[in-house]
Design a protein around this ligand. Structure first.
Ligand code: ADP
Ligand code: MG
Length: 610
């Protein structure tokens, strides 16, 4: 029999390897940025078109490459960063495998221009699908520019797999921030479709954090500084009163590399236990330095997982350092978090009055307080929580509902309704379920999901109305909310939708918004939190197939506005809620697809009690 084994051509091998290294535009961006940093650049420019689909380019002023290196860098296992196996235990650079450029060049059309500082002429290499098309001398700036065009042009399956531009761009943004936060000595600019997203000057870490994460970072952090024999930890941890509803701003770096390490994150969060409400998350930026021989970064070429030799000790040190920072600096003066770039407020909306400083925590929060009768806190003129908003919901719920809509059930719906409307009051169980009787059996409704359904349909109806008469409640003070540039951009795209739903919201800058009115059911004591959550939910929804913008926004708001299970309601409120539920178009399913109700059939009941 003839031989059947052959060696794969390089182009095929590279394409296979590329599957691991470059799975989306963001991972190519990560590799190019890291190469620029490794090359000692002090200025890096990132240019993106169509979320990286058509172009992603990184231009740096680093050391540049010689003519032959410019050709060699696209070979697999071509690296200047390690020479022998021993070097693996002393890695200080971001890359070292020599795989990235070979992988990128296998799945895109790449143009490299590079010049070393003491040469007059540079070199330009064009390579497509691992195939070198040309290499010529060229004039160019000292440093390196790599343009990656039409990523995955030769792998349609993968190209089709890319998500919407907004999603891909947010992945690129995240990758960029991880590199930019830690390399505060480097200035960065980022352009997306010709629009300037970031313009970061070099500065200290605190400045860099403020520049990237918006004005909101000022006064929000305590510094951390701890040096032991095995590790040094520097950075900033968020004050307990500035927790967010998202895990967004949680960054740990080891030897200047972003890492994901659940145990270390848990160590930091543990330091906050008892200090912050459930399901809220502290922000932190921690920079760990350990001896490179005590860290194993070799687990996966692109992944952010690492292993430490002294994991247990690290855990304890990190927790103690955080605790110390939260406690020790509790009364100290604020650290300087001045954004280095001036923010231009000149185009603030007319009549805009600078708001009172925003305090985003609830001063009445007491983790030990039992949730008691709603009367205790519904003094309401202070807008202090959900109670006031419930009052208005209730007022609306009480309006006579048209009951011609039907429960999606088998029996004649109007008969069901007739009985529903009988004077017998529905029962509340555990402040979670509503129990009532139907002709066909016993109806059990999940209260919170039912309310979500009601609010969702109401919001969707407002959205679709042509003559907008949306309920809206003026705030006592305008509230400033700040976001990262990419989140800000996303929110900017939603502004029209939010206005349709009763928000009065204007962009002050790309990442700062001022809110002057909100829909009555929205918790206006924490608008930053509401919008944060909206962005988180929105991004989540838009990742799904068949995502619909309106639905995503309404669903998030409805979920946030719904009265939570466990909160006592008055019998009339419960009755009104049921009536409103049955006036919905789809009363039996919550907006997120869960059942709102269950009917214990009378036959089933008879069977059980036989
Ligand atoms: P690695 O970073 O793991 O070494 P890469 O494929 O990313 O592998 O890069 C291969 C080599 O090309 C690097 O080791 C470096 O010598 C060179 N190189 C890549 N990008 C740059 C750059 N922006 N400036 C200078 N040299 C670069
Ligand atoms: Mg590299």
């Amino acid at each position: 029999m003839s031989d059947i084994i052959n060696l794969l051509p390089d182009s095929v091998a590279n394409q296979i390897a590329a599957g691991e290294v470059v799975d989306r535009p963001a991972s190519a961006v990560k590799e190019l940025l890291e190469n620029a940093i490794d090359a000692g650049a002090t200025n890096v420019q990132l240019v993106i078109k169509d979320a990286g689909r058509t172009l992603l380019q990184v231009i740096d002023n680093g050391c540049g490459m010689s003519d032959s290196d410019a050709r060699l860098c696209f070979e697999r296992h071509a690296t200047s960063k390690i020479h022998a196996a021993d070097d693996l235990f002393a890695i200080r650079t971001m890359g070292f495998r020599g795989e990235a450029l070979a992988s990128i060049a296998a799945v895109a059309q790449v143009e490299l221009r590079t010049r070393q500082h003491d040469n007059d002429l540079g070199t330009c290499v064009i390579i497509e699908g691992s195939d070198v098309k040309s290499q010529e001398p060229c004039t160019c700036n000292a440093g390196t520019s790599i343009a990656v065009k039409n990523l995955f042009y030769n792998i349609p399956a993968r190209r089709n797999f890319l998500k919407k531009d907004g999603v891909e761009l947010s992945h690129i943004d995240e990758v960029f921030r991880r590199v930019a936060v830690v390399n505060n000595h480097v200035s960065f600019t980022v352009y997306s479709n010709g629009k300037l997203l970031y313009d970061l000057r070099e500065g200290n870490k605190a400045q860099r954090i403020a520049d990237i994460f918006g004005m909101g970072s000022s006064e929000h952090f305590y510094p951390v500084s701890e040096r032991t024999d095995i590790v040094s930890v520097e950075g900033y941890v968020g004050k307990p009163e500035y927790v967010r509803k998202t895990r967004g701003e949680q960054y740990i770096f080891a030897n200047d590399r972003f890492i994901r390490h659940p145990a270390l994150s848990a160590a930091v969060e543990k330091a906050y236990s008892d200090l912050i409400p459930e399901r809220t998350y502290p922000s932190y930026f921690l920079f760990i330095q350990v001896d490179p021989s005590r860290i194993d970064v070799n687990i996966h070429p692109t992944k952010t997982e690492v292993r430490f030799v002294d994991e247990h000790a690290l855990f304890a040190i990190l927790r103690a350092a955080t605790k110390k920072a939260i406690g020790q600096f509790g009364l100290a003066t604020e650290i300087e978090f001045n954004p280095s770039t001036e923010i231009d407020f000149s185009d603030a909306p007319s009549g805009y009055i600078p708001p009172e400083p925003r305090v985003s925590y609830n001063p009445n929060y007491n983790p030990f307080e039992q949730k008691t009768s709603s009367s205790s806190s519904s003094g309401a003129s202070t807008h202090s929580g959900g109670d006031a908003s419930w009052d208005s919901t209730y007022a609306e719920l009480r309006r006579p509902t048209t009951l011609e809509s039907r429960i999606v059930e088998d029996e004649s719906p109007s008969d069901e309704m007739a009985e529903m409307n009988s004077p017998s009051m529905p029962l509340s169980y555990m402040n979670t379920y509503i129990i009532s009787t139907l002709k066909s059996g016993i109806l059990v409704v999940n209260r919170q999901r039912a309310h979500e359904r009601i609010l969702f349909e109401r919001l969707m109806a407002h959205k679709q109305q042509t003559d907008k008469v949306t309920a809206s409640q003026q705030l006592l003070f305008p509230v400033n909310c700040t976001f990262s540039p990419s989140d800000g951009e996303m929110l900017g795209e939603m502004i029209g939708d939010l206005r349709d739903m009763g928000f009065a919201i204007d962009a002050v800058t790309q990442s700062t918004f001022v809110v002057t009115a909100a829909p009555p059911d929205v918790n206006d004591s924490d608008l930053q939190g509401v919008l944060d959550q909206l962005l988180v939910d929105y991004k989540g929804s838009m990742m799904q197939k068949f995502a619909d913008k309106d639905r995503a926004i309404c669903q998030s708001l409805a979920r946030q506005m719904a009265v939570k299970n466990g909160k006592p309601l008055q019998p009339e409120e419960i009755q009104a809620l049921l009536a409103e539920l049955f006036a919905c178009q789809v009363p039996n399913i919550s907006p997120s697809g869960q059942k709102t109700m269950y009917v214990i059939n009378k036959d089933e009941l008879a069977e059980k009690l036989r």
